[in-house]
Design a protein around this ligand. Structure first.
Ligand SMILES: *Cc1c(COP(=O)(O)O)cnc(C)c1O
Length: 376
């Protein structure tokens, strides 16, 4: 792969088109694998999708869109906007919609970052944050996360007068850990008011500790806080790509100027509305995670492996020894049994695997396989 050293200083003199500086230094996003060699129907536990699938009502709503494929979607995304505003008691005009929350992050990066600015995140931050920031020719500053946990003081050490955005997924992916809201408030209080604090709540519904807060309440009165949510995880609609952010009105209005006009398709809008109303499916999804998360943590920990946490998400992060029973060998071993986990080389975690909490049979198969692997 060519890197920035191959790019001539004067791009107009290059013999062929040359991407702007920084683009070829970006590591493209690596999705969780969906296939295993020689296995017909592997179990995908590599992308934190909802293992229960999606709400039947959402599926019916999706199918009902078949007669409307020739029309452009409503650019304002009104039906989802109103459903979310109603469900969470938020002002509809303060909502931003994106093709997944990935696009909401991208829009925030594009709105606030110019070359020379910087964005601050934790060292194990979700990869999409930095890809978008680098595409804006901004510097990405990754603060240490001791014990795989966000450290507010470390984040603050990275902030300076060129900081425009701080991204914080709470709970985090791939760590699965979370910080108390008092720490988020301490971070916010120490940030200059010109910095946008983005609180990514992709897994917040799985954070069932009664003291956990996703920040929506706080964001109502803050002028520099954006809280994002997604339909990809709890609602099981990853295929349809719907994410949203709750932003101060001024930020929502700025982002709206560059958003692609028809970024949420009609089938996606219909399914999202049905999903947000189907609280029975949501409750069942959370209850499933709550049932199996402690079991997996205990069983895998009992094999002598290090389960990072406690996890407040629908996945667990598993640490392996650096030699011998390595993460790479475990990944191969599990793959051969049709169990797909996520390696985390792109996150600088070569010794960890991330495992989505599966159905009962999947979870038992994973624990059996890991036990055999440790004995092998
Ligand atoms: C899965 C995930 C998202 C959601 O991404 P979408 O683009 O909405 O599918 C956001 N943040 C984190 C940390 C995630 O793991």
């Amino acid at each position: 792969m060519p890197d920035s050293s191959d790019i001539p200083a004067d791009r107009s003199r290059a013999p062929r088109p040359v991407p702007k500086p920084g683009i070829m230094d970006i590591h493209a996003y690596v999705p969780g694998k969906a296939q295993a060699e020689g296995v017909a129907d592997p179990v995908k536990l590599s992308a934190n999708e909802n293992i229960l699938g999606s709400s039947e009502k959402a599926r019916e709503a999706y199918a009902s869109a078949a007669g409307q494929l020739h029309v452009y979607p409503d650019s304002r995304v009104s039906i989802v906007r109103d459903a979310i505003a109603d469900h969470y008691r938020l002002e509809p005009e303060r909502l931003i919609f994106g093709c997944g929350s990935d696009e909401v992050f991208q829009l925030l990066n594009q709105t606030f970052l110019e070359p020379g600015d910087n964005m601050v995140q934790g060292e194990y931050a979700f990869a999409a944050f930095a890809i978008g920031a680098r595409a804006c020719q901004a510097e990405v500053r990754s603060a240490p996360e001791p014990n795989h946990r966000i450290d507010v003081d470390e984040l603050l050490k990275c902030v300076d007068e060129r900081t425009r955005l701080v991204f914080l997924a709470n709970p985090g992916n791939p760590t699965g850990t979370w910080i108390p809201f008092s720490e988020v408030l301490r971070l916010h209080a120490a940030l200059p008011p010109s910095v946008v604090l983005v609180l990514d709540g992709a897994y917040s519904e799985f954070a069932t500790d009664p003291t956990f807060q996703d920040g929506l309440d706080f964001a109502r009165t803050a002028e520099n806080v954006v809280v994002t949510h997604t339909f990809s995880k709890l609602h099981g609609l990853a295929a349809l790509r719907v994410g949203w952010g709750y932003a101060p009105a001024a930020i929502a209005a700025a982002v709206d100027r560059i958003r692609l006009p028809f970024n949420i398709s009609i089938p996606a809008q219909l399914a999202a509305v049905a999903a947000i109303r189907d609280t029975e499916f949501q409750d069942r999804s959370i209850a499933h995670v709550e049932q199996w998360r402690p079991w997996l943590t205990q069983q895998i920990g009992g094999l002598g492996l290090d389960v990072v946490g406690p996890s407040a998400t629908n996945f667990v992060l598993i640490g392996f020894p650096k030699s011998g029973k390595t993460a790479a060998a475990a990944d191969d071993f599990l793959s051969a049994r049709g169990l797909l986990t996520r390696r985390l080389l792109n996150y600088g975690m070569p010794d960890h695997l991330r495992l989505t909490i599966g159905l009962e049979a999947h979870n038992r198969a994973v624990v059996d396989a890991l036990a055999d692997f440790m004995k092998s």
